[in-house]
Design a protein around this ligand. Structure first.
Ligand code: 5GP
Ligand code: MG
Length: 181
């Protein structure tokens, strides 16, 4: 693991190691395993692209029968959240009457998750819960409860483990944060 890296025009340093991520994912998976032990075949619904690595590691730690699907939404340009959320890949109608666990990489302002939960509600699921790898409580502007949070962070911009800086850095095993030199 390199402590400092450059992605595009910015410098980053390690903030959370792969081992720490694995521990946090295990803890959140354990909670979900307990709470969904008696729920009939829930669907894990990943939000692309950022959640793909978290979803992969999370699913390996889930011990009940479940399905997996993905949607794609975008609200970020560069390092700043832009208000408008666009749904790029939609959902089919197999959501009706099903228990949904949304899997996000980061909940920041909450715009994406609000848009997604509103869109999902129209498809009449039996229940919807939200699981996120990272939560920025100081940036969150919505009332929707975030049910499962692996790690809380400040308002800093991070990359790695699926999260990108202008599409780069998703392959990094550790989480990096912007730094000065
Ligand atoms: P929100 O709609 O909650 O403001 O933003 C959520 C989305 O913005 C996340 O799913 C993620 O894709 C992106 N995002 C928010 N904060 C960060 C960050 O620190 N780093 C990266 N790479 N993406 C972020
Ligand atoms: Mg996202």
């Amino acid at each position: 693991m390199k402590n400092k890296i450059r992605v595009k025009d910015l410098n980053f340093e390690v903030m959370i190691t792969a081992a720490e991520l694995d521990k946090a994912v295990s803890e959140v998976a354990q909670k979900i395993n307990q709470e969904y032990a008696n729920v009939e075949e829930p669907i894990f619904l990943g939000v692309l692209n950022g959640s793909f690595m978290f979803m992969s590691d999370l699913m390996k730690k889930i011990d009940f029968e479940s399905e997996l699907s993905f949607v794609k939404v975008a609200s970020y340009e560069g390092t700043e959240s832009v208000g408008e959320v666009k749904t790029l890949i939609g959902l089919n109608d197999s959501i009706k009457g099903r228990h949904i666990i949304i899997v996000e990489d980061i909940v920041d302002s909450g715009n994406s998750i609000e848009h997604l939960t509103q869109m999902l509600a129209e498809l009449e699921p039996a229940s919807v819960k939200i699981c996120t790898l990272f939560f920025k409580p100081n940036a969150y502007q919505k009332q929707i409860p975030i049910d499962y949070v692996a790690l809380e962070i400040g308002n800093e911009f991070i990359v790695g483990y699926g999260l990108d800086y202008d599409q780069l850095g998703r392959n990094l095993k550790d989480i990096y944060v912007v730094c000065n030199e």
